[in-house]
Design a protein around this ligand. Structure first.
Ligand code: NAP
Ligand code: MG
Length: 492
């Protein structure tokens, strides 16, 4: 048997066409379902339950019931233990979760098995450790006051709305800190990739989380997500997705002054100076755009290269890119999977076409591809002759398409990098330590990588400047995101 056939034979059980609500699998009101497709084979994987506004009401009731009951009475230390147990249970089933993520999203099994899922486990453990360390403080008193202190309380019911590119990981970035702080969660996963989220809901119950603490409602973006944003029983929305949808959510959330965190799009600049290790920079530029098929919010999608090194770097980058072939995502050696859907691939190819029309040259790639005659694959693509004002340099393409732009000095590099409505991340490649820190300080980006790209850590905050959103996930900062601070003054 081939590796792929072997993996197919070991296909794990997929979740039922039900919602995970109140600690059990329930039929959606109205009984509607939609299909989940494997973008690498164009096969239907399974039916997924489609929640309605009435289901959001049911989930809110279940969640608030847990908050007022068993979960609200669960000690912080016990919450930490439960999160740790969930991490252990996920680790035991890591292969199943990884295979389902790959089947649903099209990403290489190498990524889901060795990056996404271990990062979910790590995130759960990181916040398990925080659960009993989130505390208020005693403050200096003034005037006729005997005692002043603060309490850190859970915000309440958190509505998590997540995209399809890192389906379980971006859910964990919200669920882990929210539960550590004592909140309850209603999660709406992306319609294209709802499966691992449903599996996580059921696993949480298995390890002992009380019913209603974590509810998973797949379904339409505006129908389920929009209802959550407007729902008076939901206290906070944690959203990761596109800037366009995020703007709509911010407007809608304003009506109820709902707490809101937005992790949105990006068009991140990866800046290569001529004094850098060009082999390392070429590899970093390559991984910065082709990891995750380029469907990565922080992808280094604009490669800014010092003019004197441009051609040499491009040669190394193109040579490396031409060795990367899209292949069966279930094969352990595959490093470029299928784009998540036909629509997504059409959109990415449309950008390549627009780039051509605006004067860019295709240095390599640029076309659709198939594996065994099927799937929404495309060639890894590098566009040169790009000006920062072109559509392909301004808009998020969200696919394996890199644009390269030359610059003459650090001043110009910073100006070009910052000339974007986005500000999610950036990379700097140089052997000059002073220049590296000087440039990092001036970049308008929530994350800056120096001589590396695409590294994340559960302990390091992540989020955007400008239209890449507001609020920070991960790290200690996320604890502020999921707690309210109450000040108590005690009279003498
Ligand atoms: P999207 O279209 O904005 O969808 C994100 C989520 O919002 C999905 O669950 C979607 O549901 C839901 N949604 C759609 N319309 C809604 C509405 N009116 N109200 C409430 N929820 C709604 O984004 P995507 O295409 O899934 O993901 C790609 C985008 O996410 C890119 O722009 C990328 O940069 C961004 N992203 C950002 C980060 C970050 O941390 N900054 C990380 C990853 C991705 P449906 O699936 O049912 O439409
Ligand atoms: Mg799918």
């Amino acid at each position: 048997m081939t590796d792929a056939a072997n993996a197919a034979a070991l296909r794990p059980e997929l979740p039922p066409a039900r919602l995970w609500l109140g600690g059990e699998w329930v039929e959606p009101e109205g009984g509607r379902t939609f299909t989940s497709e494997n973008p690498a084979t164009e096969e239907v994987l399974c039916e997924v339950a489609s929640a309605s506004a009435a289901d959001v009401d049911r989930a809110v009731a279940a969640a608030r019931g847990a908050l007022a009951g068993e979960w609200g009475a669960t000690s912080a230390r016990e919450r930490g233990k439960l999160l740790w147990r969930l991490a252990d249970a996920l680790e035991e089933r890591i292969q199943d979760f990884a295979v389902v993520e790959t089947l649903d999203n099209g990403k290489p099994i190498f990524e889901s098995r060795y990056v996404d899922m271990p990062s979910v486990v790590d995130c759960l453990r990181y916040y398990a450790g925080w659960a009993d360390k989130v505390a208020g403080e005693t403050l200096a008193s003034s005037g006729p006051i005997g005692l002043t202190y603060t309490l850190r309380e859970p915000v309440g019911a958190v509505g998590a709305i997540t995209p399809w590119n890192f389906p379980l990981l971006l859910a964990a970035w919200k669920i882990a800190p929210a539960l550590a702080c004592g909140n309850v969660v209603i999660h709406k996963p992306a319609s294209l990739t709802s499966l691992t989220a449903l599996m996580l809901g059921a696993l949480a119950a298995e390890v002992g989380f009380p019913a209603g603490v974590l509810n998973v409602l797949p379904g339409g973006g505006s129908e389920v997500g929009g209802t959550m944003v407007g729902h008076p029983g939901i206290d906070k929305i944690a959203f990761t997705g596109s800037t366009a949808v995020g703007i709509g959510i911010a407007k809608q959330a304003a009506d109820t002054v709902k707490r809101l965190g937005l992790e949105l799009g990006g068009k991140s600049a990866n800046i290569v100076f001529a004094d850098s290790d060009l082999d390392a920079a070429a590899k970093g530029a390559f991984n910065g755009i082709f990891y995750g098929k380029g469907e990565v919010c922080a992808a280094g999608s604009r490669l800014l290269v010092e003019r004197t090194a441009h051609d040499e770097l491009l040669e190394k980058l193109v040579a490396r890119t031409e060795r990367l072939q899209p292949a069966d995502p279930l094969h352990p050696k595959t490093r470029l999977g299928a784009l998540v859907s036909k629509e997504q691939r059409d959109s990415v190819l449309g950008y390549v076409e627009k780039g051509r029309r605006e004067g860019a040259e295709v240095a390599t790639g640029g076309a659709a591809a198939a594996v065994d005659g099927k799937g929404y694959f495309m060639q890894p693509t590098v566009l040169t002759g790009v000006d920062n004002a072109m559509t392909v340099a301004r808009e998020e393409i969200f696919g394996p398409v890199l644009v390269t732009i030359p610059f003459d000095d650090a001043e110009e590099a910073v100006a070009l990098a910052n000339a974007s409505v986005y500000g999610l991340a950036a990379g700097v490649w140089t052997r000059d330590v002073g220049k590296a820190h000087h440039v990092a300080a001036r970049l308008q980006a929530g994350t800056v990588w120096i001589n590396q790209y695409n590294w994340y850590d559960a302990g390091a905050p992540f989020g955007g400047y400008k239209q890449s959103g507001y609020g920070r996930e991960l790290g200690r900062q996320a604890l502020d995101y999921y707690t309210e601070t109450k000040t108590v003054f005690v009279g003498k």
